[in-house]
Design a protein around this ligand. Structure first.
Ligand SMILES: [Zn+2]
Length: 300
């Protein structure tokens, strides 16, 4: 049986927010079974909360923002990426303000903090969404698919007309180890001309060389260079894994993205949820891996 899990104890991550450049912190807190993931704005009276669900995604420009009419939680995807990869089901994420800290532009600080306190199994089984029929969403040259798979797998391909990027691809089974080694440290990226434009407009004020790979016309501007030659597509996979959390349940399926970002991921998840004959909700049996259980189910 695959059981639900939460963190062993509270752990805090501090930094600045991307948009306003002001100090921001979050605290991951243990939560009882069947709670799900909740972001709580401790700085607002009444301490409103919101869960990562596709229908609560309010904006996908620059980052994924969850929100209602009177409050929001911004830049959730890097933190949720670590939570999804570590298979955490129940978690209260307390915020000091409207933004999750951008840290170094990757999921490293969130992953390290969660690994440092550890993840603990609970007593109730996990309830997976297992994709049974392919789902597609496209927009011009951008394409996104979810197809059946005995586990969680992400394939991303990007194609940028820039000498440092070009065409890059990554394909991986998502688990705590592969995420820690291959994905968690991949930073977000942007173009110098866009950074200048955003700063002039009073946006992305916390953004700079310390929390993003910044690209000039033909080179990487950061003194320290890249962490991997294909760091760009690794970060796209990181974002996609974070956006999977808006499904609201753990996914058994293979996500395939070509030139797709947060917007397409959001549409893809919504389309999956609307097509109820394309998935089943299921628990996984005792002593078997994700793969073995699904195989067994298929052979019955
Ligand atoms: Zn990102």
């Amino acid at each position: 049986m695959y059981l639900q899990s939460t963190v062993k104890e509270r752990v805090k991550v501090e930094g600045v927010g991307l948009h306003k450049g002001e100090p921001a912190s979050i605290t991951f807190c243990p939560a009882p079974e069947d709670t799900g993931i909740h972001f709580v704005r401790r700085d607002i009276e009444g301490e409103p909360w919101i869960s990562p669900k596709a229908q609560f995604v309010k904006a996908t420009q620059l980052a994924t923002t969850l929100g209602s009419d009177y409050f929001s939680v911004s830049t959730v995807e890097h933190c949720l990426s670590a939570v999804t990869a570590l298979r955490i089901d129940n978690l209260i994420i307390e915020l000091s303000g409207p933004e999750i800290p951008i840290c170094d532009g990757s999921a490293k600080d969130f992953y390290d903090a969660l690994m440092a306190v550890g993840v603990v199994e609970q007593e109730q089984p996990r309830k997976y969404v297992r994709v049974t029929k392919p789902i597609y969403f496209g927009d011009g040259e951008k394409h996104a698919y979810i197809v059946p798979y005995n586990g969680l797998r992400v394939t991303c391909e990007i194609d940028f007309d820039h000498p440092e990027i070009g065409r890059q691809k990554i394909d991986l089974d998502v688990n705590p180890q592969s995420f820690g080694e291959e994905i968690s440290r991949a930073r977000t990226f942007g173009f110098q001309k866009d950074v200048d434009r955003l700063h002039a407009a009073g946006l992305a004020l916390g953004g700079g060389y310390h929390n993003a790979v910044v690209l000039g016309e033909d080179r990487v501007m950061n003194e320290e260079g890249l962490r991997w030659q294909n760091e760009f597509v690794r970060h796209k996979a990181l974002d996609a894994i974070g956006d999977i959390a808006t499904l609201g349940k753990p996914l058994l399926g293979h996500i395939i993205l070509f030139r797709a970002g947060h917007d397409l991921m959001n549409k893809l998840i919504q389309k999956l949820l609307e097509n109820e004959d394309s998935y089943v909700e299921m628990e996984l049996g005792a002593g078997l891996t994700d793969q073995a259980v699904v195989q067994k189910t298929l052979w019955v």
